[in-house]
Unconditional design. Structure first.
Length: 264
């Protein structure tokens, strides 16, 4: 029974994390010092066949989600924690409220479906996260999606590179059709940056910005579990990680995507 409950807990949290969508036109804006989040998260069972049992299960989901989120903050240690749960503070004095719903056995005896909504208490703006699947994977998946959404670099952003300010305008990717060569994708990246009023980064700029990472105001280069990571850089070259070197775009014909960083 305990094992089954553990699986269910995980599943609910996974549910919450796999899909994120804003109720308005974009992500919730981030204050300079982050959001104060009301300490309680209420997970409501939409079927509610056993109110007492389901209330206890909802409490377990709350604890699991918070724990996973804290682990991510300790792991990445971002300069600003944009989500900070505060104890002993009334809901009216907080910035955000998180609420969740879940349905057990939506996909057989082991599956579930759940949603989490993050609401700005003052403006009413909301952002929702949804997931479905095996309960054991839920907590980690949900916390990761929420963490990524609120801690990832939001463009445009300023960065200090080689003693001068650089504006990071956009990070994008071009996926390679079967018949396309790398040089063609490279030209597309140049056009994409030009249309945004910028240019692709130099190799030196890209390497410097990658030290900040996705959660420090930069980008992450060299994805774990990927054999190679290709990035457009100036002078007709493509930077390849983890080789940590660049080569001519005309000499490459990979099957992966080509990433680019637009700067000004």
């Amino acid at each position: 029974m305990n094992q089954f409950i553990s699986c269910l807990i995980t599943g609910v949290l996974i549910v919450l994390s796999s899909v994120s969508a804003w109720a308005g036109q974009g992500p919730l804006p981030l204050p300079e010092k982050g959001y104060k989040v009301f300490s309680r998260i209420q997970f409501v069972d939409l079927t509610t066949e056993h109110p007492i049992r389901d209330r206890a299960f909802g409490d377990t989901l709350e604890v699991s989600f918070k724990s996973q989120l804290d682990q991510l903050y300790r792991l990445h240690n971002p300069p600003v924690r944009h989500l900070q749960f505060v104890e002993r503070l009334p809901q009216a004095d907080c910035d955000l409220l998180i609420r969740g719903t879940y349905t057990l056995r939506a996909f057989g005896n082991r599956g579930m479906h759940a949603t989490v909504m993050v609401e700005n208490i003052r403006t009413g703006e909301t952002q929702s996260f949804e997931a479905a699947g095996d309960a054991f994977e839920v907590t980690e998946s949900l916390a990761l999606d929420v963490f990524h959404e609120f801690q990832k670099t939001r463009f445009p952003v300023e960065a200090r590179v080689s003693g001068r300010n650089l504006t990071l305008l956009f990070k994008g990717a071009i996926y390679r059709p079967a018949a396309s060569k790398m040089a063609e994708l490279y030209r597309q990246s140049l056009v994409a940056c030009e249309m945004r009023g910028g240019r692709v980064s130099t190799e030196k700029e890209l390497v410097a910005i990658s030290t900040l990472g996705d959660y420090g105001g930069g980008v992450s280069v060299g994805n774990a579990g990927v054999s190679s990571d290709y990035w457009s850089v100036e002078a007709g070259r493509v930077y390849v990680a983890p080789w940590s070197q660049s080569t001519s775009a005309t000499s490459l014909n990979p099957t992966e995507q080509l990433n680019y960083l637009c700067v000004r």
